[in-house]
Design a protein around this ligand. Structure first.
Ligand SMILES: C[S@@+](CC[C@H](N)C(=O)[O-])C[C@H]1O[C@@H](n2cnc3c(N)ncnc32)[C@H](O)[C@@H]1O
Length: 512
């Protein structure tokens, strides 16, 4: 439940400049008459927003001469589920009020409840905050069932912040505004789809500030933060700002891009180029074949270390490469071998391979339990996928499903890929090296992160959807010199040159 720093999951506090920016964005500023403006903060923590809200309300009351505490208790709602955080919040609010000269105040504005389960509030003019992020897998299963039943956007592997958005949006009054600092993952990924659709069809996304590398919080978190400001009104233009800078001065942003997010598909919106540009092509349209390695259904039986083969016929043994062999600076084979029951595309006759026969027979019960064996009882020793004879000896680019390295590797024909490794083949090794280089470029990484491919510490995940969606420079149109540079850069693992060359190509072809 607790993280290393003693805080619970979902507890990350917001820095003051972000708080002030968000309050300005929803129009809760002290130069306005805030007497009758209603405001909700649905996940208050110890009060990063609350204290700024109180100060603004007080200043406004001074300027416009209304009763500050009446407005506070009537119009402002701070919600916090956690008892201890809520006690801290009350204490902090109490101190702030005392500093302003208000002693022993009732705190009718603070609610210790679960915003997603227990709220009974009417609608608000302003909603602000930093909703809790708790990953799907860390949510309690009963709680998840409740959320599924009660929140239409809580689908797939949604994080807790998704229903927070939904509930908050539903509590916006006409013309009201909501601004949250939150993870930006929902802008791109599958679990954000229904929330995107809700916003695109029923609200106006006024502003999107994507500050992936900035830390707007009081501790380092990998949250890929963004600020979204949404109004309950009509409008289809969104001011967009993104930066990779570590520090951003929010008040000096220049919004150079305007987006029009339609329905659920916001992908491609964030790219600075047209993904359908004629100089970009999918991998499979460039004479490459893509496949996934062999699934056996019983790796414990079919995959053995070289030292454990005990005389099994060498012609039935193939070196197999697993994704964890592709995580370093070079391919490091872990001596795993596949016991191949196929000869020239047909299941072998076991009696011709007595050692293999003996070994498979010893493990017959395990092998027969597999679905594939139940479907074909006579062929109980076949692997789920056929082992393709020629694949072993072909040069192939190997792409581990879960990236673990910034480098991609080409196997010159020594290994057979295991099922969590994708491979791309082409008869021309140089062409494969060019492709490998392109796939390691910043251009590709940026495209993948923006079209919603899950990244692992900045490294792409290669899955079939990744390989289908990707649009890369058309290799046939590259100058000979550029091809040579990319081939050499692959050999030298020179990522800087690779990114530079790919960028130059994109600029020259008017893609970037
Ligand atoms: C990311 S923190 C934000 C805290 C504060 N608003 C800030 O920006 O510094 C999210 C807060 O939401 C609270 N929280 C989590 N689930 C909640 C729920 N269902 N209802 C209300 N608060 C909740 C957590 O206890 C945590 O204090």
């Amino acid at each position: 439940m607790f993280r290393k720093n003693g805080r619970k999951h979902g507890e990350v506090y917001t820095k003051q400049d972000v708080v002030e920016y968000i309050l300005d964005d929803v129009g809760f500023s002290s130069d306005k008459n805030l007497e009758n403006i209603t405001l909700l903060e649905p996940a208050s923590g110890s009060g990063a927003f609350a204290l700024a809200i109180i100060n603004r309300l007080y200043k406004s009351s001074e300027k416009y001469g209304f009763n500050f505490t009446d407005s506070l208790n009537k119009n402002i709602v701070f919600v916090e589920k956690d008892k201890e955080s809520c006690a801290l919040l009350r204490n902090n609010i109490n101190n702030a009020l005392e500093n302003l000269g208000f002693l022993n105040q009732n705190q009718n504005c603070v609610y210790n409840l679960d915003f997603l389960v227990e709220n009974n509030f009417s609608k608000f003019d302003c909603i602000v905050g930093n909703p809790p992020y708790i990953r799907h897998e860390n949510l309690d299963s009963k709680y998840k069932s409740f959320l599924k039943k009660n929140y239409s956007t809580f689908k797939y592997r949604a994080d807790l912040y998704i229903p927070f958005y939904e509930e908050s949006l539903d509590l916006l009054r006409d013309k009201g505004k909501l601004s949250f600092i939150c993870s930006n993952r929902w802008l791109y990924n599958q679990y954000g789809q229904l929330l995107r659709e809700k916003i695109a069809t029923k609200f106006h996304l006024i502003k999107l500030i994507n500050i992936e590398k900035t830390s707007p919080f009081d501790e380092e978190v990998i949250g890929y933060p963004c600020i979204t400001t949404i109004a309950k009104s009509k409008g289809d233009k969104t001011l967009y700002f993104e930066t990779n800078a570590k520090k951003v001065s929010l008040n000096a942003l220049s919004f150079t891009k305007v987006l029009s997010p339609t329905c659920s598909s916001w992908q491609n919106l964030f790219l600075d180029y047209d993904i359908n540009h004629s100089s970009l092509k999918p991998i499979i349209d460039q004479n490459f074949e893509i496949g996934i390695g062999v699934a056996t259904g019983a790796d414990k039986v079919f995959i053995k270390k070289e030292s454990e083969l005990n005389g099994i016929e060498r012609s039935r043994v193939i070196p197999v490469i697993k994704s964890n062999s592709l995580k370093g600076e070079n391919i490091i084979w872990d001596n795993s071998c596949l016991l191949n029951p196929y000869v020239n595309g047909n299941l072998c006759n076991l009696s011709e391979y007595p050692y293999l026969e003996e070994y498979f027979t010893e493990n017959k019960e395990i092998l027969k339990k597999r679905h594939i064996a139940k479907k074909n009882p006579n062929n109980w020793y076949k692997t789920i996928d056929k082992v393709k004879n020629d694949l072993l000896h072909k040069p192939k680019l190997l792409l581990p499903d879960l990236a673990g390295s910034k480098y991609l590797f080409i196997d010159n024909g020594n290994f057979y890929p295991h099922h969590n490794v994708y491979y791309i083949t082409n008869h021309n090794l140089d062409r494969l090296k060019i492709l490998a280089s392109i796939l390691m470029s910043d251009f590709v990484k940026d495209q993948l992160s923006k079209i919603g491919i899950r990244m692992n510490d900045g490294l792409p995940r290669f899955q079939s959807q990744t390989l289908k969606k990707l649009r890369i420079p058309d290799i046939d149109t590259l100058d000979k010199d550029v091809k040579n540079i990319l081939i050499k850069a692959y050999d030298n693992k020179d990522l800087a040159t690779i990114s530079n060359e790919v960028d130059k190509y994109c600029t020259k072809s008017n893609i970037l």
